[in-house]
Each structure stands twice: as structure tokens, then as C-alpha cells.
Design a protein around this ligand. Structure first.
Ligand code: GZL
Length: 325
């Protein structure tokens, strides 16, 4: 496994790590109340992320008010407004998409309730609308997927004039979908024989990933050399479609995806997936520590990037027993 570590908050070297302290009234012994709005339950990754948040809150003695938005931004906005009305101590959420957050975050700021983003980021002009973003660097994940693919194809001696790629994008407008695509395309720009011939959202789910891959196979069929999926769930759905079309996943069509959930390791061990790029959902403990630090009046890092690796199929069996999600 190739390991990359970039814990910006520890070295504090990056310009984007501006330590911000938001003075919150100390609790005087009462449990901290944290309102958390979750995207939904769309993938194995999200299930593991929810489990991490809930278990870490319990472990930290933090009262968690948890809301599942079922992948709808309007439900997240409603939940955040309800947390404000309940006067929670801290609000945290993983935003479905990057835009449309200013109004409700202004309301949280006016109510003097600090907001922590976990997992995904938002596009806001006023940086004081949230105190920290804790989660992966999605663009690097896209770069890692692209670099692994180019290296793999070159090592296999596959030097066709054009290597045709179909892409299953994550939820339209979401931070991971935007950035993973950008990172992957940055690598392709340096390798012009690699071409994306079809690209469509599969909304991070197995079902939609299968459905869109069926459509790709209908129009492109044996013309497809590679599938790049923005998450493992869509890749697993696509694998079913590839098999139902009488083709061999990971052999007829090279498949690289992102998340490194257990399902991806199982697919790699059965020879149906070539590589998964890690994106850790285990964000609960650092979120709860940040909430405690905020309530104690301590500074918290503006940006915390999780330490992640790349897992090609050849290491899957060895690594699988160590996987935590
Ligand atoms: C990434 C996360 C994405 C995962 C998907 O941090 O937001 O959403 O890659 C999940 O599996 O649905």
C-alpha cells in the first residue's frame, strides 16, 4: 500500500491552516450538545461515517442530535435551523453540495453557535461562517486514481493510441465529485492518450452506478477500456452491469474507484476491481475533540486533512484484516 501523510494541522505549515478560536461559553460541567446533519445513507462509506460520529459522541460524553437529510440540502437547512432554535452548543454537518449555505450559516453565526464542517466543504465568501473543515483532500484522491491508472496501463504495456475511459461521477455539485474529477483530469491532461469518452453521475449509489454503467455498455460496449468511479459503491454496481453484459470486470475493463470500503476489498480479492483510493470516513473522534476544544475556548485548526493511502488489488488480501471500515 502506498502511504501518504498530510496532517496539516500538526505541522501547521500550510497557509490555509489559520488557527481560529471561537469563544464559546464554557459548559460548567453540563454535557456539550452537538447538532449533526448527515448527508444521508447513500453508501457503505456514509454508513461507516455515521457510525464513527455516533460512537465518538457516546465515547466523548457529548449529547448528539443527529439528523439524516436523505441527500436533500433543504433537509439539512431545516435541521440546522432546528439546532439553532434548540440552542445547541456546536453545529456540525457534511454538506450535500457546495453552494447555497450562506443564509443558514449567517443565522448560526448570529446565534453565536460555532459550525464545524466534516467530510465535505462549502463555497462561501465569508470564511467566518464555519470554524473548521475536517476531511479528505478530494482533489488528491482524484490525482492518485489517475496516477495509479496511468502507471498500471503503462506497466501492462497497454499502449493503444487512445485508452477510452468511462466515468461515474459522484453527486452533482458535491465537493468530492467536483474535486475528484478535477484531480483525475489533471493527470489525464499530462497523458493525452487517456480519454474520458462518457461521464455521468451515479449519485454515489450502487443502484445508480449499475444503471448508468448499463447505459455506457449499451452505447460503447467493447470500446470501453477503463471505468473510473468516484466511489466504491458505484464501482460495485457497475461490476454487476459489466458481468451481466458478459464481460470480465478488472480484466476486459480496468476499474479504479475511491473510498477503500470493505466491499471494495472483497471485489479486489475476487478479481473484479483493480484499485481503490482511500478516503477515510472515521471522522467522529476528531470532530468530538474539536467540539470539546471549542467549548473550552481553545483554538482549533482551520483545516484538518486525513492521512490516506492507495490500495491496488495485489495488496487487498494482506490489508483486508487491518481495515476499520
Ligand atoms: C467523501 C464522501 C463521499 C464518499 C461516498 O468524503 O463525501 O460521499 O466518497 C459518499 O461514498 O457517499
Amino acid at each position: 500500500m502506498i502511504k501518504f501523510s498530510k496532517i496539516l494541522s500538526v505541522c501547521g505549515l500550510s497557509l490555509s491552516v489559520l488557527a481560529l478560536s471561537v469563544m464559546a461559553a464554557p459548559k460548567g460541567g453540563k454535557p456539550i450538545v452537538l447538532g449533526f446533519s448527515q448527508v444521508g445513507a447513500e453508501s457503505e462509506w456514509r454508513t461507516a461515517n455515521t457510525e464513527s460520529i455516533k460512537s465518538a459522541a457516546k465515547e466523548a460524553g457529548i449529547t448528539l442530535k443527529f439528523s439524516d437529510a436523505m441527500n436533500k440540502q433543504e433537509n439539512q437547512i431545516k435541521a440546522i435551523r432546528s439546532f439553532i432554535a434548540q440552542k445547541v452548543d456546536v453545529i456540525a454537518f457534511s454538506p450535500t453540495t457546495t453552494t447555497g449555505w450562506e443564509p443558514v450559516l449567517q443565522e448560526a453565526k448570529k446565534a453565536k453557535i460555532p459550525v464545524i464542517l466534516t467530510d465535505r466543504g462549502v463555497d462561501v465568501k465569508d470564511e467566518s461562517l464555519y470554524v473548521s473543515l475536517m476531511g479528505s483532500d478530494f482533489k488528491i484522491e482524484g490525482v492518485r486514481a489517475g496516477e495509479w491508472l496511468v502507471d498500471y496501463m503503462n506497466k501492462k504495456g497497454i499502449t493503444k493510441p487512445t485508452i477510452n475511459i468511462v466515468e461515474l461521477q459522484g453527486t452533482t455539485g458535491s465537493d468530492p465529485a467536483i474535486q475528484r474529477k478535477a484531480g483525475f483530469e489533471e493527470v489525464l491532461a499530462k497523458n493525452p492518450n487517456f480519454k474520458i469518452i462518457r461521464s455521468q453521475t451515479g449519485d454515489f449509489t450502487r443502484a445508480k452506478g449499475k444503471e448508468v454503467m448499463e447505459a455506457f455498455l449499451k452505447t460503447e460496449g467493447k470500446n470501453i477500456d477503463v471505468l473510473f468511479a468516484h466511489n466504491d459503491d458505484m464501482a460495485i454496481g457497475a461490476i454487476q452491469a459489466i458481468e451481466e453484459a458478459g464481460m470480465k470486470p478488472a480484466t476486459d475493463i480496468v476499474i479504479v474507484s475511491i473510498d477503500a470500503v470493505k466491499g471494495a476489498f472483497e471485489a479486489m480479492m475476487s478479481g473484479k476491481l483493480n484499485c481503490t483510493v482511500e478516503c477515510s470516513p472515521l471522522l467522529g473522534p476528531q470532530l468530538m475533540q474539536a467540539a470539546k476544544d471549542l467549548m473550552a475556548g481553545k483554538e482549533i485548526p482551520r483545516r484538518v486533512i486525513t492521512d490516506e493511502g492507495v490500495f491496488p488489488a495485489e495488496v487487498a488480501a494482506k490489508e483486508f484484516p487491518n481495515r476499520k471500515y
